[in-house]
Design a protein around this ligand. Structure first.
Ligand SMILES: [Zn+2]
Length: 246
């Protein structure tokens, strides 16, 4: 029964995704054709975001076909193991999460175009664009919509799912956690999570890691909490925070 359930999982989210996407295009074209300036501005904004994504896709696929295609395909992959989550992803991705989706996609496809990305992997409807083997030994992640741009110092071996779950830094799970806030906060994500998180990270690295405040930022704790619930794995930062609270 579980297997049967699993097989039909993808159909509804795909239908919801298709309808939502068609509706946003329809709405945007309709808005452009009105004589109201504000509606026209919204319509043109949507269409130009879509247009630049299409251009990035074409250049990315021309430059490195396999990786470029995998990045593009990531926009239409939802969480097949969790149908309800997949349905929410399909509904929110193309309009509610549009600013961060656009940014995340443009960054990853740009890295592909300039040859600064080695692999593309998808887990739970979230696409990871990864550069491996950085020689500064630093792990970096940028979570935008359903795209996570990562720079890692080692390389991925074996199943990606296993790597994400058991990689000692837990950073990939953490970045995945941010994507749940993107679904929740929509257009507020960049202001509530994205920008504060980036600033706090910059402040920490400018102090050369002497002040470990970044992990305590509300947005970072949210991401860990989401990741912990999703993967069913205890996140170490939360453990640490909890002992500190005692
Ligand atoms: Zn974070």
């Amino acid at each position: 029964m579980a297997l049967k359930h699993y097989k039909t999982n993808g159909v509804w989210p795909a239908a919801i995704g298709f309808i939502t996407l068609a509706a946003t295009y329809g709405g945007a074209i309709g808005a452009v054709l009105t004589d109201q300036t504000s509606a026209m501005a919204i319509g043109w904004t949507f269409l130009s975001l879509k247009g630049t994504m299409l251009l990035a896709t074409l250049l990315g696929i021309m430059r490195r076909p396999q990786l470029g295609w995998k990045l593009f395909r990531g926009r239409y992959i939802f969480d097949h193991k969790h149908p309800r989550r997949a349905a929410v992803q399909a509904f929110t991705r193309f309009w509610w999460e549009l600013p961060q989706l656009w940014l995340g996609y443009m960054v990853s496809q740009w890295r592909n175009i300039i040859g600064q990305m080695d692999r593309v992997e998808t887990i739970g409807g979230v696409t990871f664009a990864i550069a491996e083997g950085r020689n500064d030994g630093v792990y970096k992640g940028l979570s935008l919509g359903c795209y996570v741009n990562m720079w890692i110092s080692d390389s991925i071996e074996g199943e990606f799912d296993t790597f994400v779950r058991y990689r000692s830094s837990q950073m990939l799970m953490h970045e995945f956690g941010h994507t749940l806030d993107s679904m929740r906060l929509g257009w507020g994500y960049l202001f509530i999570v994205g920008i504060p998180s980036l600033l706090s990270q910059m402040a920490e690295s400018s102090s050369h890691g002497r002040q470990h405040q970044h992990k305590k930022l509300y947005a970072e704790r949210w991401a860990n909490k989401h990741a912990q619930r999703y993967f069913g794995i205890q996140m170490r930062d939360l453990e640490k925070d909890r002992t500190e609270n005692h």
